[in-house]
Design a protein around this ligand. Structure first.
Ligand code: NAP
Length: 262
């Protein structure tokens, strides 16, 4: 098996895309470090992964907390000595207009989605560089290419993830450590259980977390910077960058219509 004896850290493993990704890697024989804040859910997941006969480690950690990430990484590296794949997937959004959000709500999204990724990379990258091997997969979103009403701070955190990943990939180009971003459209997960999402109409087109998980596994051996899921959305991104003055008003209107009340 291609991933047999590989060690994979997955943040946000307790739910949705992270949970499905844990199953996809376990099926392929990888050892897993399951990271999130919810110990009960991680223990349940660890139990259901037993059938795959892979090594697992549960790490209760808030990725937005620098010290907790440092401690978590130290424990992981003591137990496994090296991490082959780091999947930075933990993230969330609060749906509302900027005028209604508190500064703390905006900071929280940046701290988890962007700085959570930075803290994990800063703690695991040195051992990858030392071994001259490893792959970092950052789960962003198509919101890394479109600034959308109602999720502006979330979009900012995902744009930041993409920009950081691109720069880091260049820096690592002479090594065997690589970075790939996975950017899905809407995925059917607990992401939308946040009370703020009551305000939007559900989209009729969405992906299963399993589809995204399979892409994350592929991304962990890919040379590409960004994999958009589904791939045809890349055309929309190209059109947006080429004729933004035509596309942005249409996009803005369609997303504003999704908000039932302001
Ligand atoms: N669903 C979508 O439509 C969609 C689309 C594009 C991209 N994404 C991205 O995909 C990623 C996974 O989201 P999902 O859809 O699978 O949502 P989800 O089901 O709500 O899962 C989010 C995961 O992130 C973890 N998490 C949140 N804050 C954390 C923190 N501070 N520290 C550690 N773990 C934290 C949660 O675990 P705990 O609560 O146990 O800590 C949970 O495991 C996110 O980065 C999201 O931005 C989602």
């Amino acid at each position: 098996m291609m991933f047999s004896n590989k060690t994979v850290v997955i943040t946000g493993a307790s739910s949705g895309i992270g949970k499905s990704t844990s199953f996809e890697f376990a099926k392929r024989g990888a050892n897993l470090i399951l990271v999130s804040r919810n110990e009960e859910k991680l223990n349940e997941l660890e139990n259901s992964l037993k059938k795959f006969n892979v090594k697992t480690m549960v790490c209760v950690c808030d990725v937005s907390n620098k010290l907790e990430v440092e401690k978590m990484a130290k424990l992981v590296l003591e137990k496994f000595s090296h991490v082959d794949i780091l999947v930075n997937n933990a993230g969330f959004a609060i749906f509302d207009y900027v005028k209604n959000l508190t500064i703390e709500q905006i900071e929280d999204q940046m701290n988890t989605n962007y700085f959570g990724m930075i803290y994990c990379i800063k703690n695991f990258l040195p051992s990858m560089i030392n071994k001259n091997s490893g792959h970092i997969v950052n789960v962003a979103s198509v919101a890394a290419s479109f600034g959308l009403p109602g999720i502006a701070p979330y979009c900012a955190s995902k744009y930041a993830m993409l920009g950081f990943s691109e720069g880091l990939k260049h820096e690592l180009s002479s090594t065997h450590v690589d970075v790939t971003v996975v950017s899905p459209i809407m995925v059917r997960t607990n992401f939308f259980n946040h009370s703020s999402f009551r305000k939007i109409k559900k989209s009729s087109f969405s992906l299963s977390p399993e589809t995204v998980a399979k892409t994350i596994v592929k991304a962990s051996t890919s040379r590409r910077l960004e994999i958009i899921v589904p791939s045809f959305v890349r055309i929309a991104i190209w059109i947006k960058h080429t004729i933004p003055y035509l596309i942005n008003p249409i996009l803005g209107k369609s997303f504003r219509n999704k908000i039932n009340s302001e």
